[in-house]
Design a protein around this ligand. Structure first.
Ligand code: IPD
Length: 264
């Protein structure tokens, strides 16, 4: 019988191996930029290679588990499901910016029980197991608490489609004057870990997929944050919001009337 710690440990081992492979194979920036215009560019190839490695490692140990990956979609139908983002923050990966991550979560009967976010260039591996806390380099993480909205440093992100971005910019125009400042790091998984580590106070975004927020979401909630959507709904691609409970409420009440779940 596996424990949550076993899942977290295996996910960590695999996320570290994928990270090492990506670091070793990531070509120098100019070469990557030169190939980005092609549909089978280096980033896509390494995204796929990373996911294939992760899938192979999971299957070798747990052949009956289901896997959902950003690149390979959904396979299997076990009670245990692995949720994999082989590179979260692909644009950062492309430009050589430090916020890109390998993100792996493990769900049992629909509940995320373990999560690992390896922010590879920073050498930071965030881990969490349900009920057992969130950790970075042996240190237990705690999100910031008691921060009012007007003092909050808030991370967010933008989608890839123009219509969605238009609305995101409109919503952001209402948020900027009401918070300390905004950060756009470029990886939702890393943003959620930043909430956990107190590097930002909150995060919201329209559009992140479950592989973007499953592992980081557990890291954040195990560090004391609340993760959810609008009006009591769970976090989803419609909207994902994360902060300590008090700030969560304030951010929610600022965002809800702005109808941030629409696309233009
Ligand atoms: C993206 C990143 C980004 C977020 C986007 C995501 P990808 O994931 O997490 O921060 O703003 O919504 O799609 O495409 O780099 O895996």
């Amino acid at each position: 019988m596996e424990t949550l710690g076993t899942f977290a440990h295996l996910a960590e081992e695999i996320a570290r191996e994928a990270g090492e492979m990506l670091l070793a194979k990531r070509p120098a920036r100019p070469e990557v930029l030169a190939t980005k215009s092609s549909p089978t560019d280096v980033v896509t190839a390494l995204d796929k290679a990373s996911e294939e490695l992760i899938r192979a490692r999971i299957k070798a140990v747990r052949p009956d588990d289901a896997i959902l990956g950003e690149e390979g979609g959904s396979t299997g139908d076990g009670r245990v499901r692995w949720i994999v983002d082989p590179i979260d923050g692909t644009v950062n990966f492309l430009y050589g910016l430090p916020d890109w991550a390998v993100s792996i979560a493990v769900e049992v009967d629909g509940e995320v029980v373990a999560g690992v976010v390896n922010v590879v260039p920073r050498g930071e591996v965030f881990t969490a197991a349900r009920g057992e806390g969130a950790w970075l380099s042996g240190e237990r993480l705690r999100c910031n608490t008691g921060v009012p909205l007007n003092r909050a440093l808030v991370a967010t992100g933008f989608g890839y489609e123009t219509g969605r971005r238009r609305v995101q910019a409109e919503v952001l125009a209402h948020v900027v004057p009401r918070v300390r400042d905004i950060r756009r790091a470029g990886s939702a998984a890393a943003d959620l870990c930043s909430v956990a580590a107190g590097r930002v106070d909150g995060y919201y975004e329209r559009g992140p997929q479950v592989w973007d927020y499953a592992a980081g979401g557990l890291v954040a909630t195990e560090a004391g944050a609340r993760l959810g959507g609008l009006n009591g709904r769970p976090a989803s691609p419609e909207l994902t919001l994360c902060a300590a409970p008090g700030l969560f409420g304030e951010l929610h009440d600022l965002l809800a009337p702005l109808d941030p779940e629409r696309d233009a």
